[in-house]
Design a protein around this ligand. Sequence first.
Ligand SMILES: Cc1cc2nc3c(=O)[nH]c(=O)nc-3n(C[C@H](O)[C@H](O)[C@H](O)COP(=O)(O)OP(=O)(O)OC[C@H]3O[C@@H](n4cnc5c(N)ncnc54)[C@H](O)[C@@H]3O)c2cc1C
Length: 321
Amino acid sequence: MSSPSSTVVVGGGIAGIACARALADRGSAVRVLDRGRRLGGRMGGRTLHGRPVDLGASYLTVAEGSPFAPVVAGWVDRGLARPWTDTFAVAGPDGIERTTSGPLRYGTPGGLRSLVTDLAGGLDVQLERAVTRVGGDGGPTVDGDPAAAVVLAVPDPQAARLLDPGSAIAGRLRPAAWQPTLAVALGFAGRRWPADLHGAFVHDSPAVEWIADDGDRRGDGAPVLVAHSTPALAAEHLDDPERAVPAVVAAVRAVLGLDGEPEWTHVHRWSFAKPTAPREEPFAVADGIGLCGDGWSAPSKVESAWRSGDALGTALADRPS
Ligand SMILES: Cc1cc2nc3c(=O)[nH]c(=O)nc-3n(C[C@H](O)[C@H](O)[C@H](O)COP(=O)(O)OP(=O)(O)OC[C@H]3O[C@@H](n4cnc5c(N)ncnc54)[C@H](O)[C@@H]3O)c2cc1C
């Protein structure tokens, strides 16, 4: 049970943890509830064949001068994050065409989730706690327990399930505008793709839109790729993601010109991978209930989710009591 003097954050992805961190650092009592067995949400992955594999976000970026920059610099200093690359391949369904350069991407030796766990150090976190109802009538509540404020740091379709559809805050949600993705990890006998691949943006493939070299981004050189499906392929196979794996494997082999089949594969379903229309505003609050995450502070990405959560936590801590 939460004390009415504490704020409850629902969702222990990077937005929820950034929000809780901002509140706790300003002396506000806060508790984080997440339904998962571990923190991290869409920065999650799994240990596969003895090593962590990122199955959600592939990397993170940070804009110059961003308030997120010192946080990332701290992770790099402590060896939790590592500069990975600024250059990826661009490919069509039948092969690599060219390279493209952009911002520096950071990877992690221990998986991106490890950064969220680090940020949560010292916070009051309860895992395996699925919240079913968040109310605003006569003050904010979480499953009937009163709270000083409630933050929903979850994708809009998941927030919509918790709120009274007629409430002011539910009116700020855009649950229909979220797309699914399937992430497929492929383990090979050896590294048979170009050493400087890093990753490939794939256009015009019905099956795959991105391939990451997981051994390269992690720094251990393991012969493991992670492919992200197109939203259309994911939508077709949400009930049985395993059935999409042959199409993803065939597409990856054609793009990279690989002769052999992978020795193993693993598929992960992200029913709400990304918002198609993230809002520019950093967050929303009404009746003591706040919304944050990568559906805010567009464009949707790890940095935006952190910025949204940090901004909401700061605003809640600074509001007059
Ligand atoms: C396949 C994929 C690839 C991506 N690639 C990149 C990339 O390369 N670079 C990048 O910057 N971004 C990328 N992203 C986006 C990035 O992962 C997200 O922007 C960011 O992780 C969102 O964080 P969040 O805290 O807003 O939400 P989430 O990480 O989704 O956190 C929400 C949390 O809420 C919990 N939750 C949900 N409902 C409940 C409930 N009822 N009760 C309790 N807990 C609940 C969930 O368990 C979860 O932990 C990618 C995302 C996906 C899915």
